[in-house]
Design a protein around this ligand. Sequence first.
Ligand code: GLV
Ligand code: MN
Ligand code: MN
Length: 416
Amino acid sequence: MRNINGERLWASLEALGRIGAYQDEGSGLTGVRRLALTAEDGEGRRHVVEQMKAAGLAVTVDRIGNVYGRRAGREDALEPVMSGSHLDSVATAGRFDGCLGVLGALEVVKTLNDEGTVTRRPLVVAFFSEEEGARFGTDMLGSAVATGRLSLETAYGLTDRAGKTVKDELSAIGFLGEGAELLPAPHAYVECHIEQGPLLKAAGMDVGVVTGVQAISWMELTLTGKSAHAGTTPMELRVDPGVVASRIQLHLREMVRSGRYGGDLRATMGVTRFEPGLVNVVPNKVVATVDLRHPFDAVLKRAEAELHRFFEAAAAEEKVTLAWRQTARTPDVSFSARVQEAVAAAAQARGLKHQRIVSGAGHDCQELARLCRAGMVFIPGEYDGISHNPREYSTPKQCTDGVNVLCDVLVALADE
Ligand code: GLV
Ligand code: MN
Ligand code: MN
């Protein structure tokens, strides 16, 4: 049985985790802040590109900044098997989200290099731009462009809070590549990732065989009212958009608790920006975001419809002007049954406990699933699987187990 080098993998996770490291005030822990297309992301990208080149990969960058490192196969004209993930992070991240998938795929290549194995098909290690959506507002951006869900023009025009565009920021970090953005269908795509939730650890599992990803809906609401003095303005004269934001927040929780959508609806208001944002001023404007998710698209659609009705009515009642836009929307995605079987078989052969699991988080793999047979290997996380947080942690053994399974599946697919 082939084994990847777990110590080398761990050292590479630590080295990448030092790029964009920050001191988290709340926890005192060191976290990672590598928002897409910032200088830190650029540094992380260059660091990984160097490793790709050192491992003998031919590196190309496409017009949306996705990076592909190609290892030749024995029959090099065949469609490649691809593996990877993302290097960008949310502003309060740990070291594993995305990085495990990229460095894990690279570790598979290094392992094959060490033993001098050449697979029948080429292998491609990929990392995709702005998977998180944390800076430009749309998740899986690079992989969505590569697979044709979003146009390059749409992606280029997205802006961050400071008004900087994706295109300018790609150029600023030196990753506005020249490769065609539309990816020819690979033979298969497999991604290793941390679960980012509590299920696998609680069930005593080593590996999750991912069946698919739930549907995701992101909205941005702009609520406009009238600024006024907090002490002198009678309550009945106020037009307070903060009240509408709060009512929506509470209604989201009521929707979840009501059971109207089964037990699996997730609803989060992650951003509320009050203007002018002063203790003694009634706000005139609130920008708020909603992240709504459900394993079934049809159920998510019902929840979206209820939410729309509610926020229109609440805004009207409070005489607040409401504008909203959909910033991201993906249906639920099912992964290839054959890739799932391959992941389960590899885990079984290694004596690793495994179970099927639906991903609560979005992943580049769900975009690639439109092009080819695709699937994922999850590993458990410690501390209730907390993620998007500096406490995010999986052990060296958990990472090694996951990448060993990834390696088995990639080699099997690449020899098809
Ligand atoms: C990506 O991490 C997401 O699911 O929001
Ligand atoms: Mn991720
Ligand atoms: Mn993430």
